[in-house]
Design a protein around this ligand. Structure first.
Ligand code: ATP
Ligand code: MG
Ligand code: MG
Length: 597
């Protein structure tokens, strides 16, 4: 494995480990407000990270970066990474998403279960649901009320918004800010019993309405929501705000390094404030988790916003969440992007504190690099033209041998039948060659890879003038791998498939979903004051479906098998539509980048 390059997060973890900061504890999983303390025993996993998706959609390439980062750090430092569903929002979450996220993390090659120490029988499963902590969250909220750190506000949402202040102007105290702890406690208990409608009251932390950071101006921590939850059903009609729930989830699970994207930097003071108050009260034990921010992944030629992805799916610009052109992990898998390519990409991109736009071609290069090593070579003719070898006996055939992988001789060779009629690519013949063209044209010689050298003798046209067949003669002593082969010096080197044995297949040629690097960004000539719709930048040629000819060995291909089709690129047998005997291939990526200028 590649040695991970260092970055600010690694430096921080190494400093923490050197200082012995994280003698973290395991979590007992027992209910009760002081769960973290109950856990008592020492944790041999020295650092704990987590990947905390909200199960409200399919994971995308940005999540892959976060997964590789969090699970990768835990692996590298002998720690643990938790998969935690951040399912504190009752309205938007579904089991379908939970299942697909579990699949995606496994597919990327990571696991949240296993022995605590290599070789020991003591194991743990680090799969968590934030909604299992609602009891603690409520108990902690009650502690904050009784210790004067929280109060029930009965203003309307508009009143609260209006009194929040601005960046330059302090907020105004709510008329309920001085409510006694007893009265707030009574109201909060009745909120839990369902006595009030949604929005009637809200629980707020009592911090500082004049704080420079607006997030510290008495943020809401619990709200009334008469809604059914996918895990807890109708048990609760109050639900915690994300900014309150998240630090508590981290602390209960003894997370040491809580890594998130930059937009949460402004929330860090509240994250720390909350955990400090709970630690002061003896509800949490130190060391407390530390929030660390890094910049989110942005890629050219694609959108990574969940909202925009939903729009593309719902408006049927793509076939579904697993459309191979979408930057979802289910899409990537159908496209044939290997999981190892994402791990390599995450490593190459690294982590930083400043927002950046990464070239899509960098992702594709990582996929090519992995596939070049992993994929066996095969032959496919995507745009067929018939080549007739007039001096080869009709009805006869012989075998030629092609290496399965030029870099791995141990993978052996396969037989390819050769005969009088072959399919070649239409672009490998020109009736009138352009300058520098070395392939077939009347009078020119070229090699049929792994087979013979041929000389073009002429061609046929159909009634509409289109070239319908090319004629040639072969040289019987030129067969590749025989002593005579060396005597022929030709520049063109073509792939081919015997017409008699070729296998027909549907091939889907996928390309970038958007035609421009920054979909939706203003362009020269756009009318003033009108925002450009990202959908206007969709690439109209992002998918082309063709019927191609494949070499006969591909007839029995299994779904998800991937190959390099020589001279074309990497292709995968579609995991849903490909059937043994009737293959369907998706183009994963071309051999070379055709987009950079
Ligand atoms: P939204 O907030 O729109 O619902 P999200 O993309 O933040 O979506 P979450 O399910 O909350 O989705 O994300 C889980 C984790 O993935 C978070 O820790 C988040 O920081 C990380 N993540 C999400 N998008 C990216 C991205 N583009 N680059 C890196 N990490 C990301
Ligand atoms: Mg989300
Ligand atoms: Mg989110």
């Amino acid at each position: 494995a590649a040695v991970a390059s260092t970055n600010f997060i690694r430096n921080l973890i190494e400093a923490d480990l050197a200082a012995g900061k994280h003698v973290a504890r395991r979590w007992s999983g027992q209910p009760g407000p002081a769960a973290q303390q109950l856990a008592g025993e020492l944790d041999p996993a020295r650092i704990r990270t987590r990947f905390p998706p909200e199960p409200n959609g399919y994971l995308h390439f940005g999540h892959a970066k976060s997964i590789c980062l969090n699970f990768g750090l835990a692996q590298d430092y002998g720690g643990r990474c938790h998969l935690r569903f951040d399912d504190t929002n009752p309205e938007k979450e579904e089991q379908e998403y939970v299942d697909s996220i579990i699949d995606a993390v496994h597919w990327l090659g990571f696991s949240w279960e296993g022995p605590l120490v290599e070789g020991s029988a003591d194991s743990e499963c680090n799969l968590y649901f934030a909604s299992n902590y609602f009891d603690w969250m409520v108990a902690f909220a009650e502690y904050l009320i009784s210790s004067g750190h929280a109060y029930v506000d009965s203003q309307s949402a508009e009143e609260m918004r209006a009194s929040r202040g601005t960046l330059t102007e302090a907020g105004a105290d709510s008329p309920f800010r001085q409510r006694s702890a007893d009265e707030s406690m009574d109201l909060f208990k009745r909120m839990q019993k369902g006595e009030f409608p949604d929005g009637a009251h809200i629980l707020r932390a009592r911090i500082d309405m004049a704080a420079g950071n607006i997030n510290l101006r008495d943020p809401a921590i619990y709200r009334i929501r008469h809604a059914s939850h996918h895990n807890t059903g109708d048990r609760w009609c109050v639900y915690p705000m994300y900014t309150y729930a998240h630090p508590i989830e981290d602390a209960l699970e003894n997370i040491s390094h809580s890594i998130c994207t930059l937009e949460f930097a402004d929330q860090r003071p509240f994250y720390d404030w909350l955990l400090e108050r709970l630690a002061e009260g003896g509800l949490l034990q130190r060391p407390l988790p530390q929030q660390i921010e890094f910049s989110r992944l942005n890629l050219t030629y694609i959108v990574l916003s969940k909202r925009k992805l939903i729009q593309l799916v719902e408006e049927r610009h793509v076939s579904g969440w697993d459309d191979p052109r979408l930057p979802t992990l289910v899409g990537a898998r159908r496209r044939g992007y290997p999981a190892a390519g994402f791990r390599l990409f995450a490593e190459r991109v690294g982590v930083s504190k400043s927002d950046s736009l990464i070239e899509y071609s960098l992702l594709e290069d990582c996929m090519r690099e992995v596939l070049n090593d992993a994929a066996e070579r095969r032959v496919a003719v995507l745009d067929p033209l018939k080549l007739i070898i007039d001096n080869y006996p009709a009805g006869e055939s012989e075998e030629c041998f092609a290496p399965n992988h030029p870099l791995k001789p141990e993978t052996g060779k396969r037989a390819m039948p050769f005969g009088r009629e072959l399919w070649i690519e239409r672009e490998d013949f020109m009736a009138q060659p352009s300058k520098g063209y070395h392939r077939l044209y009347p009078g020119n010689m070229a090699r049929l890879r792994y087979g013979y050298v041929v000389k073009c003798t002429g061609f046929d046209r159909d009634d509409s003038g289109v070239v319908s067949a090319v004629h040639c003669e072969y040289f019987a002593d030129s067969k590749s791998g025989t002593p005579g082969a060396d005597g022929y010096k030709v520049k063109g080197n073509l792939h081919w498939i015997s017409v008699a044995e070729a296998c027909r297949a549907e091939v889907r040629l996928y390309d970038r979903l958007f035609a421009v690097p920054s979909p939706g960004a203003r362009r020269d000539g756009d009318p003033e004051g009108v925002e450009r719709d990202f959908r206007a930048d969709l690439n109209p040629d992002s998918m082309r479906v063709i019927q191609a000819w494949l070499e006969p060995s591909l007839k029995g291909v299994q779904p998800e098998e991937c190959f390099q089709f020589e001279r074309h690129g990497y292709f995968v047998a579609d995991r849903l539509d490909s059937q043994p005997g009737a293959p369907v291939f998706n183009r994963t990526v071309t051999l070379r980048d055709s987009w950079s200028v």
